[in-house]
Design a protein around this ligand. Structure first.
Ligand SMILES: Cc1ncc(COP(=O)(O)O)c(C=O)c1O
Length: 364
């Protein structure tokens, strides 16, 4: 119960590798994929982008490296750039189309321009479920662009990559398995408790090269505790680490993929239900498409529309009725509902909509 999963020859690394093999299989990556169960997607991203950066540094100077992602991307990508010593300004935030998906033409133009300025594109980051609206970039097309330009292709699938488990939504993740690396969270749509993220890296040789650096006090032996094929410390920054993989392994073993798929499927259809409820109310308006499990909308106040919508969210949070959040969509404050809970029911969503209407009316 208190093992150090950083390495050595015992059950924790074996369980962790089993979880990684299952995950790679589900995401469409090869059996040789390596990875770690991390604290979350933020840490998974740092690990993946370090491998991408180290690959690029074999040929190019750090100061010439540039990366690409959409303007809807989570700020864990910019944080990873910063932590890896790449200026945040080297992360090109490409505009999106009306579906909040990366504009492919603008991406290609940006890459061309950088190459003509003697810069070196080293990573392209696609989104399988953006944080604001759940939009999914054209992952297959991004894979083509990355491979054509020899760029490391990373996908942020923090919550949205779990849609690969949904029969109705999985076709929209076409190209997911073509990524060089994927970061996602078990602690989001997979229903595992915090902390449980995951990084998957297709090229196990580059992955190990980026982190393995054994000093004499951690020397490998054929037998004894210092044996064992897989030491997590050779694949990530941490030596001491908890046995996070155990709860993921137990969760998958006891509930099974079919149960988790049901949750994902239900939440997707619940988001469509919520969308239809909002469309049916004159006082409410949708602010973005609903491609997965996120619904962004607002109350149509005549004045102070942004402040009043924030107030609705705060009042509903404090009432204990529901826990929506706020975000900004095209410059306007949105009430953001991200449905990832296996206990959510349609009547919960009715209660939420009715509370928004009631709170909105009270503020008019
Ligand atoms: C799309 C996306 N990427 C990355 C993250 C960061 O994940 P974590 O909080 O597990 O570090 C989140 C978390 O909300 C997210 O929604």
């Amino acid at each position: 119960m208190n093992v150090n999963s950083g390495g050595r020859n015992h059950i924790a690394p074996i369980i962790e590798q089993q979880v990684i093999k299952w995950s790679a299989n589900i995401m469409g990556m090869p059996n040789s994929t390596t990875g770690l169960v991390t604290s979350g997607t933020s840490m998974a991203t740092i690990i993946a982008l370090k491998v991408a950066r180290d690959r690029a540094l074999e040929l190019h100077d750090n100061s010439t490296l540039v990366g690409y992602t959409s303007e809807q991307t989570h700020n864990c990508i910019a944080k990873a750039f910063d932590l890896l010593g790449i200026p945040v300004s080297a992360l090109r935030k490409v505009p999106c189309d009306s579906n909040f998906e990366i504009d492919i033409k603008k991406l290609e133009q940006t890459i061309e321009k950088d190459i003509s300025n003697n810069l070196h594109p080293f990573t392209l980051i696609g989104n399988a479920g953006t944080v604001n609206t759940g939009s999914i970039d054209n992952l297959d097309k991004l894979a083509d662009i990355a491979h054509k330009n020899d760029i490391w292709y990373h996908i942020d699938g923090a919550f949205g990559s779990a849609a690969i488990l949904s029969k109705t939504a999985q076709h929209r993740l076409k190209g997911l398995g073509r990524a060089d690396s994927i970061a996602f969270d078990f602690h989001k749509w997979w229903q595992v408790n915090y902390e449980a993220g995951c990084v998957l890296i297709k090229d196990h040789i580059l992955h190990k090269k980026s982190f393995a650096n054994r000093p004499e006090y951690l020397k490998y032996y054929e037998e004894g505790l210092a044996g064992g094929d897989f030491w997590a410390m050779d694949y990530g920054p941490e030596l001491s680490r908890s046995f996070r993989a155990l709860k993921v392994w137990v969760h998958l073993k006891s509930h099974g993929i079919a149960q988790i798929s049901n949750v994902v499927e239900n939440n997707i259809s619940q988001a469509q239900y919520l969308k239809s409820r909002i469309e049916a109310e004159n006082a409410l308006e949708l602010l973005a498409p609903v491609p997965l499990n996120i619904c962004c909308f607002r109350y149509k106040f005549q004045s102070n529309i942004d402040t009043n919508n924030s107030l609705i969210v705060l009042k509903i949070q404090e009432s204990g009725i529901a826990a929506p959040s706020t975000t900004i969509i095209d410059g306007s404050t949105a009430i953001r509902v991200n449905i990832t809970n296996h206990r959510t029911t349609v009547s919960d969503l009715d209660l939420l909509v009715n509370s928004v209407l009631k709170t909105g009316r009270s503020l008019v």
